[in-house]
Design a protein around this ligand. Structure first.
Ligand code: TYM
Length: 337
């Protein structure tokens, strides 16, 4: 049997601890990671990217709590057995490589990022780190010699920048980085808010009534789905841009039950039936996960130990990659100092 780490495919993804994980995070990123982790050919790293949470106004105590809560939820999703989970700031090489990549990227590239334009451009009190955020995200990915990055559609542009920076760095300074590729789940790349189905479902939005959080109780899920926007047309459709509410529920039902949106709505009649099916499917998905979360939350020291072990797994290799990047750029390396 061949058991060489270099023959395994490295998978990396990051999730930002700003608020609680929601169904879009699960369908767009967590489940694709779990699927990849089920294959022994993949070596999967999942990172709670706490440094990214500092790019916007934040409360320190809240961030600490959200970081632990996110780690606990990710473990409850099943990542404890099949992946290495760690917190970004526990691996300082992320920030150092980020600086080297800031020196590889341009101001123009950073300014063009849609998320920067939406969240901060033109506002003098925007944190500078919001502009440079994509360099840190590229560092997250390139530091771990990542082959595949499962993400939702909203991260595609950041990922394309990471790919461009890896290529540019390698061409200019020598082959240091693996050039990654995106794995965007076609079926659930952009789950929409139930109340505003033209916008993305998000964990930190002002109005949580259209967001299904992974830890929502069954009756909360039922109430939120009941109030989801459908329309007056009693027929159902799986893909109609003019009917974004119905399309979104069909996509969610399909993704949660492992079918296409078309298959999911076939045989259902009317919005009430669709909503009942969505509620049942989401509750079925989340119940075991919530049970596991309760067990893990009762033993916070075990979670701390798992995170420390995760950081321990990646620290050494990360510092080697960082040192290779440092040396290629003309900085002294560990062996020179
Ligand atoms: P974040 O924390 O906003 O979201 C985490 C993951 O969830 C996906 N996602 C969605 N997918 C489908 N439908 C939705 N409504 C939805 N909402 C969120 C996101 O696309 C993402 O995959 N910048 C990243 C975190 C990050 C990262 C990285 C990701 C930092 N470094 C390196 C990959 C690799 C972010 O803010 O994701």
């Amino acid at each position: 049997m061949i058991d060489s780490p270099s023959l395994r495919q490295r998978v990396f993804t990051g999730l930002k601890p700003t608020g609680r994980l929601q169904l879009g995070n699960y369908l767009g990123a967590i489940r694709p990671v779990l699927d990849l982790a089920a294959d022994a050919a993949n070596d999967v790293l999942v990172c709670v990217v706490d440094l990214h949470a500092l790019t916007v106004e934040h409360d320190p105590a809240r961030l600490r709590a959200d970081t632990r809560e996110m780690a606990t939820t990710l473990l409850a999703c099943g990542l404890d057995a099949s992946a290495t989970l760690f917190v970004q700031s526990a691996v300082p090489a992320h920030t150092e490589l980020s600086y080297l990549l800031e020196c590889t990227a341009t101001y123009g590239e950073m300014q063009r990022m849609v998320q920067f334009k939406e969240k901060g451009r033109g506002n003098p009190s925007t944190r500078l780190s919001l502009l440079t955020y994509p360099a840190l995200m590229a560092a997250d990915i390139l530091l771990h010699r990542t082959d595949v990055v499962p993400v939702g559609d909203d991260q595609r542009q950041h990922l394309e920048l990471a790919i461009a920076l890896a290529r540019r760095f390698n061409a200019r300074y020598g082959e240091v980085f693996t050039v990654p590729r995106a794995a965007v789940q076609p079926a659930a790349a952009r789950v929409k808010d139930l109340r505003d189905p033209t916008s993305k479902m998000g964990k930190s939005g002002a109005d949580p009534s259209g967001v299904l959080f992974l830890m929502d109780a069954a009756d909360t899920i039922a109430a939120k789905v009941r109030r989801a926007v459908p329309d007056d047309d009693p027929s159902l459709t799986a893909d109609d841009p003019a009917r974004p509410g119905v399309t979104n529920l069909a996509v969610v039902l399909g993704a949660v039950t492992g079918r296409s949106a078309e298959q999911a709505v076939a045989g259902l009649h009317g919005a009430a039936a669709l909503k009942a099916a969505v509620t049942d499917a989401v509750v079925d998905l989340l119940e075991p996960l919530q049970r596991r979360h309760r067990e893990l939350a009762a033993d916070p020291d075990a979670v701390t130990a798992l995170l420390a072990a995760g950081a321990g797994v990646v620290l050494d290799e990360a510092s080697h990659t960082l040192d290779a990047a440092r040396g290629a750029m003309g900085l002294l390396t560990r062996s020179d100092r």
